[in-house]
Design a protein around this ligand. Structure first.
Ligand SMILES: [Zn+2]
Length: 138
């Protein structure tokens, strides 16, 4: 711990005192920059590497920023925009994980995703959101 890397780690921790550090938005920026960097290998799209570099630089500036209020506002705006896609990805992941035990379908009344256990025959399902009643084969 007291070797070269331990001392560097302590110095870096001291330097990062009072700075913003990473958050969801900066992680998102790094991920997008990485995807753009991969895409820039396609012939004709080489300018994307500069966009990627700009995103990485912006992410680094955000991490080292001492203006915590502004960074929190940016992150809150990002979280607000990303909430719905994150929820949809979470639902898709859950559908995939439970595909053998649960059957998913959409309510015809309100569009809510409903689920019934598989292999229980024909079930009467009442939507908890709009009370629409349907019969589903599970
Ligand atoms: Zn419904």
């Amino acid at each position: 711990m007291n070797g070269f890397f331990g001392r560097m780690q302590m110095r870096l921790a001291g330097w990062m005192q009072g700075r913003h550090g990473t958050d969801g938005f900066s992680n998102f920026l790094v991920a997008v920059a990485f995807v753009l960097l991969i895409l820039s290998m396609v012939p004709g799209l080489d300018l994307l590497s500069w966009v990627s570099l700009a995103l990485l630089a912006y992410s680094l500036v955000r991490c080292c920023s001492k203006n915590l209020a502004a960074r929190e506002r940016e992150n809150a705006a990002y979280e607000r925009i990303a909430a719905k896609p994150k929820r949809q990805v979470g639902l898709l992941r859950k559908k995939w994980e439970n595909r053998k035990t649960t059957r998913y379908f959409t309510c015809k009344g309100c569009g809510q995703t409903l689920s019934v256990p598989r292999g229980k025959g024909t079930l009467r399902v009442v939507c908890p959101k709009c009370q629409t009643e349907t019969t589903k084969k599970s």
